[in-house]
Write a protein that binds this ligand. Structure first.
Ligand SMILES: [Zn+2]
Ligand SMILES: [Zn+2]
Length: 290
């Protein structure tokens, strides 16, 4: 008998309030197939230790719901591109702790922002990012969790708004096979990569493939943009309600090469979870339409 089609590999960032396992439960309620979560509080350095119960519940809920991959998003405080030595060391330590937590939880990917060079120059920033990543991957040797560099909108001195920059960082790594890329649709659009028409989508993805290669693309953040192409502003909007528009998301949804890549919403939330359901329903529709 034919198995029922599980539908496209879409999900959303979910809250871990009350325990990391809650992200999986929220994902189940919303009808997600995959999930993104923080593995610690995203806006403080301190990480409360994970209890045995936290770990057990998270793993059990994932097994029961078959939701996956699970993608962790690192803390916003981390900046391994910084010229400030104390902040650099604190940041790489925090990234290491997050990778350890992902390993314990069996989370498949840890996404992080490459960071800001704060006036010290892109080259020096990229060197520090690679140094920090090499150190983290060296410290956490035994894990299947991959580190994913996220594309950025390029606001201020943030590195990673050009595919070439991510390529240069990866080329400096000692263990590049443990690293991938997370493309955020809002960020790349805001950085100047157009995806609004079939031709523009093809051009952008050809560029991605030529410089980084499809196999490196391990996760997608699915966000429409509150600001126009090339504005370098990072403000997420509901799918189809921003400057990208729903056609752009349709090209991603119907791209056969991205079938197994988790596509995760980071769009505005409401207490009842109606927004996620609305955006996910639209994505399912776009996956089928022509
Ligand atoms: Zn991010
Ligand atoms: Zn963003």
């Amino acid at each position: 008998m034919a198995k029922t089609d599980p539908g496209p590999l879409i999900g959303a960032h979910m809250s871990i309030a009350g325990g990391v396992f809650n992200a999986v439960l929220h994902a189940e309620t919303a009808g997600c197939r995959c999930v993104q979560l923080f593995v610690k509080s995203s806006n403080q350095w301190r990480a409360k230790p994970l209890t045995d119960d936290d770990i057990k519940q998270f793993k059990e809920e994932r097994k029961r719901t078959k939701i996956g991959p699970a993608v962790a998003h690192s803390s916003y405080l981390i900046n391994i591109a910084t010229p400030d030595k104390a902040l650099f060391e604190k940041s790489r330590e925090a990234l290491k702790v997050e990778l350890e937590r992902c390993n314990i939880l069996g989370v498949e990917y840890l996404v992080f922002h490459p960071g800001a060079h704060v006036g010290s120059g892109v080259e020096a920033g990229m060197k520090r990012i690679a140094d920090g990543m090499n150190w983290v991957l060296d410290c956490v040797a035994e894990t299947d969790c991959m580190l994913l560099l996220e594309t950025t909108a390029g606001a201020g001195s943030h590195i990673g708004s050009r595919f070439e920059e991510l390529r240069e960082i990866i080329d400096k790594l000692e263990q590049p096979e443990r690293v991938g890329v997370c493309v955020d649709t809002c960020h790349i659009f805001s950085a100047g990569y157009d995806i609004r028409t079939q031709a523009a989508y093809k051009k952008t993805m050809k560029e991605f493939n030529d410089i980084l290669g499809y196999p490196l693309l391990k996760a997608l953040h699915f966000n429409d943009s509150k600001f126009d192409l090339g504005t370098h502003k990072d403000r997420h909007e509901h799918i189809g309600k921003g400057f990208i528009g729903k056609d752009g998301f349709g090209f991603f949804m119907r791209d056969a090469k991205l079938k197994t890549v988790p596509k995760l919403l980071e769009t505005p939330k409401d207490p009842e979870g109606k927004n996620d359901k609305m955006n996910l329903a639209l994505l399912r529709k776009l996956a089928k339409s022509k």
